[in-house]
Design a protein around this ligand. Structure first.
Ligand code: GLN
Length: 261
């Protein structure tokens, strides 16, 4: 592990544990804006509600990645400015093979905006510089002339309507045959042109949706947790959540989807 304490957050469930999950937050120091940390909190809390002990680890440049068999069950990464992407790029390239192997092994991951771009082949910045990606997604991103900003709603096959907030200059193009995360209902998505938003490969979801995305889209959170529990050798068999927070999530979705761009 790194010289600093990598454990960001630890919580044991109130009752007898059904199991334990280990979440890894990638680059929280440089890639973590517009509420992206809320995704990690949502995953941890929803797992606890279902009886799982949760440990959240941070990984920043220069740290050691936990070994795969040490059990990383879920990886989360946020967005960041171009400058944040510059700061992590060398480290990310060094970790590419490991992260790709985890993805191929079925480890679920959620990467937002700036990290979504770097999970593709490359991001070409507004000054023509190239930040290499790790090619989990067959996609590439080139900085556009303006910014794509505002509330966004998607149709998705697995999660129904998904709602969030986008703010990016990068225009992402998926290669033919690559799978989108969703189709834009309102907003711009990958490039403002072809109606696609985000990408999926194995159990990895990449998307421009900040917001944070998971508190308002519990179906996505629970899908990630289901894959994480399966990866740990168990079965996700959730009890209904009778909690005001769950009703707030539903209400937050409704309000967000009714907002102007
Ligand atoms: N720097 C990237 C862009 O503007 C990513 C922005 C973000 O992560 N919000 O395209």
């Amino acid at each position: 592990m790194s010289s600093t304490d990598p454990v960001l957050y630890e919580h044991t469930t109130d009752g007898s544990a059904r199991g334990s999950l280990r979440l890894l937050q990638l680059y929280p120091r440089d890639m973590n804006i517009y509420g992206d940390w809320g995704n990690t909190l949502t995953l941890a809390r929803r797992a606890q509600w279902q009886g799982y002990d949760v440990e959240v680890l941070a990984y920043d440049p220069g740290d050691e990645l936990p070994t795969a068999d040490g059990g990383v069950d879920l990886v989360v990464g946020g967005g960041g400015q171009d400058s944040g992407q510059e700061r992590i790029k060398a480290d990310l390239v060094e970790r590419a093979a490991e992260l790709r192997a985890w993805a191929a092994d079925g480890v679920p991951m959620l990467v937002i905006c700036g990290l979504y771009q770097l999970f593709g082949h490359r991001f070409v910045t507004a000054t023509g510089g190239e930040i290499p990606g790790i090619s989990v997604f067959d996609a590439e991103t080139v900085a556009g002339p303006g910014r794509l900003i505002g509330n966004i709603t998607l149709d998705t096959l697995d999660f129904g309507k998904v709602v969030g907030y986008e703010n990016h200059s990068g225009l992402t193009t998926l290669s033919e045959g690559a799978t989108r995360f969703g189709t834009v209902v309102t907003g711009d998505g990958n490039n403002g042109q072809d109606g696609s938003e985000g990408a999926r490969a194995d159990n990895v979801i990449g998307t421009y949706l900040h917001g944070s995305i998971l508190p308002k889209n519990p179906a996505v959170a629970d899908w990630l947790l289901a894959r994480a529990v399966e990866h740990a050798g168990g079965t996700w068999d959730p009890e209904p959540i009778d909690d005001p927070v769950e009703r707030w999530a539903v209400r937050a979705r409704e309000v967000a989807m009714a907002r102007p761009r």
